[in-house]
Design a protein around this ligand. Structure first.
Ligand code: TZP
Ligand code: MG
Length: 219
């Protein structure tokens, strides 16, 4: 895959990007939740475990990687580059206070996907220069899932999208009722935790969000 093909593949994958979070696990296991989201049509998955011991995370990641692969959906790992390599994940997502994107690229090689969280144009340009394949930009709406997630202006999202050539996915507080507010921003898709995994019917929530995301990127 050349650079242009990879960029297009990543852009398409960002349409409905589901991110797991243990605080939204109820009766279902993460595996069951992820399966329901895959049935609902998610286009990219990120396994985000903040407190799990390495061995448990490794086991979970192996199982879920095989599950996601059977749906041909790429799986990203939050933060943990070594674990991502151990399970042959499709990529790694890092925040501003995690390993720097350039170092992640050195460890992962050219084929894997690297995502970086950015809240400003400056952070976005730096991440792009360091080799990021996409940016996660937000919080675009208020959310209780991430405590330190301050809401950015709609214009900031748009300015970031205009400033970089890599695709941007919006994140933070995205629900059925606000997806269309992102139209015209230039975002390639939506990244969602509670709007998927906090819902009683995960599959239907994904089907609805996917339809909205398709509408959103057209406008
Ligand atoms: N980064 C910015 S906001 C956020 C992250 C990880 C939380 C998104 O969760 P939700 O439940 O979709 O608002
Ligand atoms: Mg992080």
């Amino acid at each position: 895959m050349n650079c242009a093909e990879k960029r297009e593949m990543v852009r398409r994958a960002l349409l409905l990007y589901a991110v797991t979070d243990r605080s939204w696990v109820g009766e279902k296991t993460i595996y069951e939740q992820v399966k329901a989201s895959l049935d609902g049509g998610i286009t990219l998955l990120q396994l985000r475990e903040k407190e799990m011991p390495y061995e448990d995370f490794l086991r979970e990641a192996k199982d879920i990687k095989a599950l996601a692969a059977s749906y041909r959906v790429p799986m990203m790992i939050n933060d943990n580059v070594d674990l991502a390599l151990a399970v042959d994940a499709d990529g790694v997502h890092v925040g501003q206070s995690d390993m720097e994107a350039g170092s992640v690229r050195e460890k992962l090689g050219q084929d894997k996907i690297i995502g970086v969280s950015a809240r400003t144009v400056l952070e976005a340009l730096r991440a792009e220069k360091a080799g990021a394949d996409y940016l996660g930009v937000g919080a675009v709406f208020s959310t209780s899932t991430k405590e330190d997630a301050d809401v950015i202006a709609w214009n900031t999202l748009k300015e970031v999208c205009q400033a970089v050539s890599i695709p941007v996915v919006a994140i933070g507080g995205i629900k059925k009722n606000n997806v269309m507010q992102l139209a015209g921003s230039g975002a390639a898709g939506i990244s969602v935790i509670s709007g998927i995994f906090g819902q009683p019917d995960i599959r239907t929530a994904c089907e609805e969000l996917l339809a909205l995301a398709k509408e959103m990127i057209k406008k």
